[in-house]
Design a protein around this ligand. Structure first.
Ligand code: FES
Ligand code: FES
Length: 156
């Protein structure tokens, strides 16, 4: 099988590897780096469970070929473990029942973090639009939206 060399950063750590051109980033993160917070749902770019940050922008790791992120900076939920804003969002999801099975949760947390980093005080309508790329099969979204509203309405 043909492989290609890649070098990029994951959670501020340099990574170099030989990968098959067809390997998508989510598989590489999960199977080669054991960063399993990045979940795979649809693998078609629809559900948002695989959302990570590529060069600071939210992106579907199931749609990004690993060879295409050569030279990029990738951040996963593991890389935000000590981030104060992410800690507040996680606590709010816990308090407001923002998760049930938890399958969508890593992608939800990344999208919520990206929204609140760019817009610290969005209203509920804005939150619903910003989170519309992340699907949840369990919660009915109410708790998720309440959690993000709670962070938006509480000064850091
Ligand atoms: S697994 Fe990537 S969008 Fe669903
Ligand atoms: S909590 Fe189960 S899919 Fe969202």
């Amino acid at each position: 099988m043909t492989t290609m060399p890649i070098s990029f950063e994951v959670n501020a750590q340099p990574v170099s590897a030989e990968v098959e051109p067809r390997t998508h980033l989510a598989d590489f993160l999960r199977e080669s780096l054991r960063l399993t917070a990045t979940h795979l749902g649809c693998e078609h770019g629809v559900c948002g469970a695989c959302t990570v940050l590529i060069d600071g922008q939210p992106a579907r790791a199931c749609l990004a070929l690993t060879v295409a992120v050569d030279g990029a900076q990738v951040r996963t939920l593991e890389g935000l473990a000590d981030d104060p804003l992410m800690s507040r969002i996680k606590q709010a999801f816990h308090e407001h029942h923002g998760l049930q099975c938890g399958f969508c949760t890593p992608g939800m947390l990344i999208s919520a973090w990206d929204l609140l980093r760019r817009e610290p005080a969005p209203d509920e309508a804005r939150i619903r639009v910003a989170m519309s790329g992340n699907l949840c099969r369990c919660t009915g979204y109410q708790g998720i939206v309440r959690a993000i509203c709670a962070v938006a309405q509480t000064p850091a």
